[in-house]
Design a protein around this ligand. Sequence first.
Ligand code: EPZ
Length: 422
Amino acid sequence: MDSFSIVPTGKPLSGEVEISGAKNAVLATMTAAMLADGVTTITNVPYLRDTKTMSNVLRVIGCRIDGGPHEFKVDTHGANHLEAPYELVSTMRASFYVLGPLVSRFGRCRVSLPGGCAWGPRPVDLHLKGLEALGANIEVTHGYVEATSNGRLPGGNFRFPISSVGATVNVLMAATLAKGTSVLENAAIEPEIDSLVDLLLSMGVKIEGRGTRSLVVHGVEEMHPGFSETIPDRIEAGSFLCGAVISRGKVKTTKCDPIHIKSLLDIFEEMGCIVHTGKDWAEVDASSRDLKPVHVEAVPYPGFPTDLQAPLMAVLATVPGESKIRDTVYIDRFKHVAELNRLGANISLEGNTATIKGVEKLQGAPVMASDLRAAAALVIAGLVADGETRVSRIYHLDRGYENFEAKMAKLGGMVVRLSDQS
Ligand code: EPZ
């Protein structure tokens, strides 16, 4: 298993870094391709472990994935094995997104339940309730969801009791091939949902309410293949900007959408950084700034994202004074706290609130990544720690960051991959 060795250079990160396509957008658009018979083209695809896993899930179902690494031609003509096995779904929850397209297009499928994740239970009850509201029959047996529909799904209305990205993705896709009109209330409005809506519109369905919490889907008998240019990865952009601030540097992220990370940029300004943005770039300058502590809440978009909670916590561990981060989306997403404290941070937890008392200097140490964003946080902390930091289990990071070490090196960060053979 690979690990990272991070040796501080003593210099702040500086320069420009180009942002890749968004993992959480392309995982949805790849599955949406199955709503039509034929070849859907997806560009600006990030080259990640998770996009490879999704390709394997679609291949198991009978699709062909041509092209790559940054452009996929998803050919669904051969899709006839209507099952997503535990072996794949358990490694990547987003594989569960095949449920909506398969039951609405083929009238039946069998998809493994995803199971828990690194930081706790992540139920899919809203996915199932939403599909039932559209008229699907759902049975859960032996760890699998068996979904059937007697002919086309009738369609229906569903109100999500809480905002869920994944449930919105699954139910929205299923509604496109339903007989009637479906109204989805309190839908998630993350940019990844808009990018999915754009692909579905290009495949021939009428959807009203893009960008709002109320989506009206006018179901069609048949969709045709479509096209999607993957949106920039706002979480990757935010992670590199956290690297800039923790090292008191100045970094510009290009090929990104500053609107998608506005909540983070506002926090950096509140901390005392200088922030500039353009149409497709964002720059944060924390050089020679006395940074101030902040209180932050992770909430659904457009609020501060839970996926940047860990990287920002690493930054706040070095800011004098007392900061707080409360995660309202995942109340137990704090596995990185103990590892950051191993690096000399002073973070305490009470329920879903972390209190971070800034320390003068972090200390390098061996630490273990528990999940994707925790891995990024530990690397970012290692950039400014005294002495070497070793982060193990970085396979988590490879799931969602493309060319991470090379991009860090471009900014002056020294992150070296050590594989077991080396
Ligand atoms: C998506 O996960 C992202 N994953 C996550 O990013 C991200 O943390 C999350 O949205 C929140 O922004 C992908 O896009 C592939 P949710 P998802 O359904 O869809 C509860 C990363 O680091 N809930 O919006 O699984 C759930 O437990 C990953 O890239 C139910 O109770 O998240 C949570 O508390 C990690 N029942 C809340 O809703 C359900 O059926 C929001 O979850 C579904 C969700």
